[in-house]
Ligand binder design. Structure first.
Ligand code: 4NP
Length: 164
């Protein structure tokens, strides 16, 4: 359970993690925030995103991330930051976008029982969850595909968290 004394004990901490914290995890965070707002359960969650790498610390999300989100009327609040050891206490659930992120988190000391692949919450992908592909080096339509994957996974994640 959460150990941070500044948190409400019944708040559910959810941290989205990717490599750079400018594409996938900020988009997941933005979609998740939008959905919990719409469901009227914003107060139940502590939500953030972070990267395993430090290249983009302090930066806004990639313009293509902001663009795809804006097509769905969603704003992207994230300012890039790197995962830190504190996060492993503060957040109940660490959502890795791919298996490489998962491996890096474990190496950094993340508790296995709080670590999940993002796509394991997608209603159509639970059995053999795919990685959320890194769209950074590709063309713009990679972002649309990632958006759709994250949209489905966020619905499943919210349902699962509210059942706990
Ligand atoms: P993300 O994508 O992990 O989805 O934010 C990346 C963004 C930047 C880099 C790698 C992945 N980079 O190497 O700078």
């Amino acid at each position: 359970m959460p150990k941070d004394p500044n948190r409400e004990s019944d708040t559910i901490g959810v941290l989205f993690v990717c490599l750079g914290n400018i594409c996938r995890s900020p988009l997941a965070e933005a979609i998740f925030l939008d959905k919990i707002e719409r469901r009227g359960v914003r107060d139940r969650f502590l939500v953030d995103s972070a990267g395993t790498g430090s290249w983009h610390v302090g930066q806004r999300a990639d313009p293509r991330t902001i663009e795809v989100a804006s097509r769905y009327d969603i704003s992207v609040p994230s300012i890039g930051r790197q995962v830190k050891t504190d996060d492993f206490d503060r957040f109940d659930m660490l959502l890795a976008m791919d298996r490489s992120n998962e491996k890096d988190l474990l190496k950094a000391g993340a508790p296995r029982e709080r670590l999940r692949l993002m796509m394991s919450f997608h209603p159509e992908h639970t059995d053999n969850p795919s990685d959320v592909p890194d769209p950074y080096w590709g063309e713009g339509d990679g972002f649309e595909r990632v958006y759709r994957m994250l949209d489905g996974a966020c619905d499943g994640l919210i349902d699962a968290m509210l059942r706990r």
